[in-house]
Design a protein around this ligand. Structure first.
Ligand SMILES: *Cc1c(COP(=O)(O)O)cnc(C)c1O
Length: 397
């Protein structure tokens, strides 16, 4: 049996391998709050890589709501929900999320990773089938793996393949069939084809689960997400408080009362993990109040996305088409994405390069993300930095 020092040497070697492939991720420290401008390494940087779509992550109203909740309800819960960790605030936020999304009820988790991780196993058994988009978030993939249901996978947004898998699940004698998809595929900013997916589900007697992490709060009327954007109904929605809804943490499942109640009885990340702290829950309630009335922020977010896309395209960058505030700049090789990110950092712009295994080999990119609080001057500053960095790296002539 190998000893501990051999084990640690083995880990060091895998880390060297990751670094040699140019795939090592280095975390850069922000001093101060998350915002449009952040302080990093003693410099002020324009931040174009947060999921802070509505700019609420440092909003004074959310900070005040968090402080008030903490003053009235304490700091921590020191309990899971079912023992003694449920406050009036938790139930109020669950009801508020359900109402916002037009669902019967909702249940909070520590994160959407836990919501997706805990969703499938209690609901579906070995007689059932889950049909999952090949580009779904890692948490859906893990959640599906943890369930005993038979697994089918369809190529990303390929509706012919989805129908093939639906037929295969039915031919295999599945009792219940659930289609699982991201509402927005986060590396590309592409929307799931919910009108086609819900029509196919209807035709083949399947249910639809949508993870709307990159949509809730800003896509669709009042920010109710991708189903509202398309004007369709889905059975189960999962989402996060960690992106547009204030950006702290916390996840949820919203859907029929029976689904939520079974999850309360059986979902393992719910039963065996601590209740969300009052500050996060109180601020989550305030975030939904802000979001419902935030047509101005949503308009600015999408206007920023249009301006930013047009500016990058005019400069000569290759983008993925779309309207979503995720705007990926396609660069090809991982090294080029990293060189571009480094050149942008020199020019005061903070972005992240994405490369294998997060995106396919040869499809490395810089994923920029818009924020409603970015001003025209910020975007012009960012575009100038992209043009200069593009020339410095040879991406632009
Ligand atoms: C961010 C994200 C998650 C995870 O959300 P957390 O609340 O941060 O755990 C899950 N699914 C999708 C599609 C996401 O983008």
């Amino acid at each position: 049996m190998a000893d501990k020092s051999a084990f640690l040497a083995y880990l060091d070697e895998s880390l060297r391998g990751i670094e040699a492939e140019g795939l090592l991720k280095r975390e850069r420290e922000i001093a101060g709050a998350q915002g449009v401008r952040v302080r990093m390494g003693g410099r002020e940087m324009l931040n174009l890589c947060a999921n802070n779509y509505l700019g609420l992550a440092d909003d004074p109203r959310l900070i005040a709501a968090a402080e008030a909740a903490m003053a009235g309800h304490g700091y921590g819960m020191a309990s899971v929900r079912f023992i003694c960790g449920t406050q009036d605030l938790h139930r109020a936020l669950e009801a508020r999320i359900a109402r916002f999304l037009g669902k019967e009820d909702a249940i909070l988790f520590a994160a959407c990773f836990d919501a997706n991780g805990g969703l499938f196993e209690p609901l579906l058994g070995a007689e059932d089938a889950i049909i999952s988009d090949s580009l779904n978030h890692a948490s859906i993939i893990d959640g599906v793996r943890l369930s005993k249901a038979r697994r089918y996978r369809y190529a990303n947004s390929d509706m012919d393949d989805l129908e093939t898998q639906l037929k295969a699940a039915r031919a295999g004698g599945a009792r219940f069939v659930m289609i699982a998809t991201d509402g927005v595929f986060s590396m590309d900013g592409y929307l799931a084809k919910l009108p086609e997916i819900t029509a196919l589900a209807e035709r083949h007697g399947a249910m639809v689960m949508v993870d709307d992490c990159h949509a809730t709060g800003f896509m669709g009327p009042e920010g109710r997400g991708t189903p509202a954007h398309f004007g369709v109904e889905v059975d189960i929605l999962t989402g996060t408080l960690g992106k547009a809804l204030g950006g702290a943490l916390g996840g949820y499942v919203a859907g029929p009362r029976a689904v939520v109640e079974v999850l309360r009885q059986r979902a393992r990340p719910y039963l065996f993990s601590n209740a969300l702290p009052p500050a996060v829950v109180g601020a989550g309630l305030a975030a939904l109040d802000i979001v419902e009335g935030a047509n101005d922020l949503r308009a600015r977010l999408f206007e920023n996305a249009r301006y930013w896309r047009a500016g990058l395209a005019e400069a000569g960058f290759t983008l993925l088409a779309g309207e979503h505030p995720i705007v990926p700049v396609m660069l090809g090789e991982a090294g080029l994405a990293q060189a571009m990110a480094a050149e942008l950092a020199l020019r005061g712009v903070h972005v992240a390069g994405f490369f294998f295994p997060v995106v396919p080999k040869g499809a490395a990119r810089i994923r920029t993300q818009m924020n409603a609080r970015l001003g025209r001057d910020d975007l012009d500053f960012g575009l100038e930095a992209f043009r200069a960095a593009g020339r410095a790296t040879g991406v632009l002539a």
